[in-house]
Ligand binder design. Sequence first.
Ligand SMILES: [Zn+2]
Length: 164
Amino acid sequence: METGSPPRLRIGSGFDIHPVSSDPTRPLVLGGVEISSGFGLLGHSDADVVCHSVADAVLGAVGLGGIGDHFPDDDPSFSGANSLILLSRCVQMVAERGWRIINADVTVIAQKPRLSGFLREISSSVSLTISAPVTVKAKSPERVGALGENLGMVALSSALLWQP
Ligand SMILES: [Zn+2]
């Protein structure tokens, strides 16, 4: 950074949604943390809405599209993929272009299960993966609509990046 010139800052936003799976053996994975809930989410990879929305925010901040552009869900090599690994590859892509992550903030919208006891573990798992502070909040959809009927789970993320 030249003396006196402002740092280059970019903000990105991410959204992800996965339906609740009817397969009772499918684990619920949020930010790489397996949560015992009696149900999991349906998806080609591990259906980790937290990792996918953070990846979209990180990639979007620097104009690299979204996670689906780099890891298509019809590619058999990503079947059951660990999304922490996909997320770390997205971080690598932005780092190769000279961008560093300042922080990310995530909101998970889920009727079930109660996530308050897991938020610290989820944030430290994602934080370790993207090498930046991550805050995770959980919101109840208050029984409204499809999310309120526990048909799916949503995660929204923002990420701030800078280029020295
Ligand atoms: Zn996803």
